[in-house]
Design a protein around this ligand. Structure first.
Ligand code: PLP
Length: 376
């Protein structure tokens, strides 16, 4: 019998040098948290992003958002504006700090935070004496958000922006790398992201001082003293030297990974965009997406499910687009400013297998199944 292997949505893809860096950590006994791989990984990311940014390697993207909010002084009772169409990790840290999220819907050009709704929300909150403490915007699926429009609004009302670039390492916006477009940025190296350390993240700052403060907070906020002394609440969020070794190896192949994911997108687009009932998200001029996941918008919920279940039957993983935060049971009670865009995408959209390790054969298998679904 012919056995077909499972195709994942987005699985880890090692380059080769990861093992060397991890072995170095073992050989030199830099197993304990910090060490040369952490510094090396931070340097690699700094060099990759440029723009004079500073990197603090941390234990996850979620931890990075948590620290970014803490560094901005977000605290109990504050309000934070957050893109609704995202993964829950963008919003959870707001609650960790006892602050309150306010969710903002998307626009249709990039599927990211709508500058128009954002300004409406800001005006409303200021009118009610609840000026937001921060804005969290997300480059969803690797597509940059409308950074110029958003930054202009943020500047006008003097509200800092945190750029959730967890899905967008390798993307850029008018030749500026995602992660460097706002006051602070974050990255994720979780197992399904474009590169992975098996789990990890990074905070991107504009100054060395802010990076140092992040590192201080992430290592339990120990004051300068021979004994353990603390005058601030700390966190245990620093990346380990073993894990950072994987990251150094992955940075060597990041550009290849971007290329491979963009090729997946091109394959799907070339073969499926002829169907009137399937839409793709084009890059607006000046926008460059890493195409972390290739997403399609179908013409109905039924059609989306037809495709998803047909793939599942053949052991191929696909997934509906993110369920908007303002519709999540845990976040429903919070204020939101919506226009129906993200709910529509959630109902009709599907992420197709997009790993950089997919073979031509895999892609053709997937295409064959989609092309045969009766709804097309
Ligand atoms: C993955 C992800 C995160 C969280 O990153 P972790 O490293 O998994 O904690 C945050 N935001 C978005 C948009 C993500 O996709």
């Amino acid at each position: 019998m012919l056995t077909k292997t499972k195709i994942y949505l987005s699985s880890p893809h090692m380059g080769g040098s990861e093992r060397k860096f991890v072995e170095q950590a073992f050989d030199t006994n830099w197993i304990a948290p910090l060490g040369p791989n952490v510094n090396g990984f931070e340097n690699d990311i700094e060099n990759y992003l440029g723009e004079n940014r500073h990197i603090a390697a941390l234990s996850s993207g979620t931890a990075s958002i948590h620290l970014a909010l803490a560094l901005l002084g977000v605290t109990r009772g504050d309000e934070v504006l957050c893109q609704s169409f995202t993964f829950s990790a963008s919003a959870n840290p707001i609650l960790y700090l006892g602050a309150t999220p306010v969710f903002i819907d998307s626009e249709t050009d990039t599927w990211n935070i709508s500058p128009e709704l954002l300004e409406i929300a800001i005006k409303d909150r200021i009118e009610k004496n609840k000026k937001p403490k921060a804005i969290i915007a997300v480059h969803l699926y690797g597509m940059p958000y409308k950074a110029d429009e958003l930054n202009e609004i943020a500047r006008k009302y003097e509200i800092p922006v945190i750029e959730d670039s967890a899905e967008a390492l390798g993307s850029n916006y008018f030749n500026r790398p995602c992660g460097t477009l706002a006051d602070m940025g974050i990255l994720s190296f979780n197992g399904n992201k474009i590169i992975t350390t098996s789990g990890g993240g990074a905070l991107i700052t504009k100054t060395k001082e802010l990076k140092d403060e992040a590192v201080f907070l992430s290592t339990q906020a120990r004051d300068e003293a021979p004994h353990y002394q603390h005058s601030t609440i700390g966190y245990n969020y620093r990346m380990s030297n073993v894990v950072a070794g994987i990251g150094r190896g992955q940075m060597e192949v990041l550009n290849d990974r971007v290329e491979a994911r963009r090729k997946n997108y091109s394959f799907y687009e070339a073969n499926l965009s002829g169907y009137k009932s399937i839409n793709f998200l084009n890059e607006p001029s000046g926008y460059f997406s890493n195409r972390w996941l290739t997403c399609i918008e179908t013409s109905s919920f039924e059609m989306r499910e037809e495709i998803r279940l047909a793939l599942l039957k053949e052991d191929i993983e696909s997934r509906p687009l993110w369920k908007p935060m303002h519709t999540q049971p845990v976040f429903k009670k919070y204020l939101n400013f919506t226009n129906g865009v993200s709910e529509n995408l959630f109902n009709k959209g599907l992420c197709l297998p997009s790993g950089s390790n997919l073979t031509q054969n895999d892609l053709e298998r997937i295409l064959d199944i989609i092309s045969k679904t009766p709804y097309l």
